[in-house]
Ligand binder design. Structure first.
Ligand code: FES
Length: 87
């Protein structure tokens, strides 16, 4: 699922970056280019970072490679652009 429509970045790419050490929106912006244009993806990216941190605090295994819990179009009220990837 695309999280950042402007840069065509998927939840899988964000999750991989987080699992490889990205720990802030700035890290994700520098690595993947998200949140540089309209910024609508920032909320979801922050939610993914928080979800990962919460999992680490509770010492659970890494997050599964599936859509984040923030995949609702509620996070993109202006654009409604939570779009499924076609892979
Ligand atoms: S959706 Fe990511 S910058 Fe626009």
């Amino acid at each position: 699922m695309y999280i950042c429509i402007c840069e065509q970045v998927t939840d899988r790419e964000i999750k991989a970056a987080i699992n490889e050490g990205a720990s802030s929106l700035r890290d994700l912006r520098n690595e993947l280019g998200i949140a540089k244009e309209c910024g609508q993806c920032g909320h979801c990216a922050k939610a993914m970072l928080k979800e990962h941190a919460d999992h680490n605090r509770s010492e659970r295994p890494p997050l599964p490679k599936q859509a984040p819990s923030c995949g609702s179009t509620d996070l993109f009220p202006l654009f409604g652009h939570a779009i499924l990837a076609s892979d």
